[in-house]
Design a binder for this molecule. Structure first.
Ligand SMILES: CC(C)(COP(=O)(O)OP(=O)(O)OC[C@H]1O[C@@H](n2cnc3c(N)ncnc32)[C@H](O)[C@@H]1OP(=O)(O)O)[C@@H](O)C(=O)NCCC(=O)NCCS
Length: 284
């Protein structure tokens, strides 16, 4: 427990604070929540979550939580403020930084899903990194891509270790997924397939579905196997899987700087739709 100069008390989140935290989340007007696969309540209770509460007396007035650092990098996944005060964020941050440094975290990222958060994190030293762009595809013909000796099949939980290996070599931090994140993603996926050559996993895609639209959440190919059409084959295959379910639209997010993936999506008829979000970061 830590008393800060602003008179706030900062404590790690504990399961026994769940109800008061739920109240804070229900009543707070200022919330940054960036969870891809998890349910917030369950995620807060996981031992791997790094979460803290700011208290005024017996009432929590702020919360901050990050993902478990992976390769020295983590995301701020939650900021909730009961009061419109920078001092709460600053007091939380004062405790979060040493805790993250203690587990050898070098960089913290935040996906600014709402603008309100930027004037709060900028004084902490966060700076703009790059934009995430959204691309969207409506109904159109899908070109099949076949690669000799390669099969595409639906994932099984036995594939997770190979998928993590492909994922963590294809993506750089902070875009890599940890084993438990990938398992959770598979649980909620509408279509998750892997590309296999001679029994070895060389790529995977994971897509979700919301109402009548699909979202390509992950696409990764082993770096040594890139440029041979494997990404295109996985994409073509999943588009056809969704077509068979009468789902003809798909969205995807990628970094503005990731031109190779945008080129692939463009070839399959995806176009940017303007729903771009900035990523901010800080080196600790
Ligand atoms: C994006 C990715 C999945 C593409 O997989 P891939 O198997 O290399 O894809 P393909 O071989 O089908 O090629 C896709 C395009 O990239 C181009 N490309 C592939 N390798 C390239 C290289 N080494 N240099 C330049 N361009 C290359 C291809 O020419 C192709 O362009 P085209 O569609 O105009 O022909 C793969 O590069 C990857 O895993 N990247 C890291 C993870 C990532 O960024 N995922 C997508 C963001 S969500």
């Amino acid at each position: 427990m830590k008393e800060t100069t602003s008179g706030l008390r900062i404590t790690p989140y504990k399961r026994r604070y769940r109800q008061v935290t739920n109240d804070l989340l229900f009543f707070s007007r200022l919330q940054h929540i960036h969870l891809d696969w998890q349910n917030l309540e369950q995620w807060l209770d996981e031992p791997s979550t790094f979460a803290w509460l700011a208290w005024r007396g017996n009432t929590p007035v702020g919360a901050m939580a990050t993902s478990e650092p992976l390769n020295h990098t983590c995301w701020i996944r939650l900021i909730a403020l009961h009061e419109n005060r920078q001092a709460i964020v600053a007091a939380l941050w004062q405790v979060v930084v040493p805790a993250l440094r203690a587990v050898d975290t070098h960089t913290v990222y935040l996906l600014a899903t709402h603008d309100w958060v930027l004037p709060y994190i900028e004084p902490l030293g966060f700076a703009y990194d790059e934009h995430i762009v959204t691309m969207f595809r409506t109904r159109q013909r899908v070109v099949s891509v076949d690669i000799e000796d390669m099969i595409i099949r639906v994932v099984s939980l036995n594939d997770v270790a190979s998928m993590v290996m492909v994922d963590n070599t294809a993506f750089l931090p902070p875009w890599q997924l940890a084993d438990d994140e990938l398992r959770q993603a598979i649980r909620i996926a509408a279509a998750c397939t892997i590309a296999e050559i001679d029994g070895a996993v060389v790529g995977y895609q994971l897509s979700t579905q919301y109402q009548n639209s699909a979202h390509l959440a992950r696409l990764a190919v082993l770096p040594s196997m890139q440029g041979r059409g494997i990404g295109a084959a996985l994409l073509s295959d999943v588009l056809q899987r969704f077509e068979r379910r009468s789902i003809y639209t798909m969205s995807v997010n990628t970094q503005m700087s990731n031109e190779r993936s945008q080129q692939l999506y463009y070839r399959f008829g995806f176009r940017r739709n303007g729903y771009d979000l900035p990523v901010w970061k800080i080196n600790l």
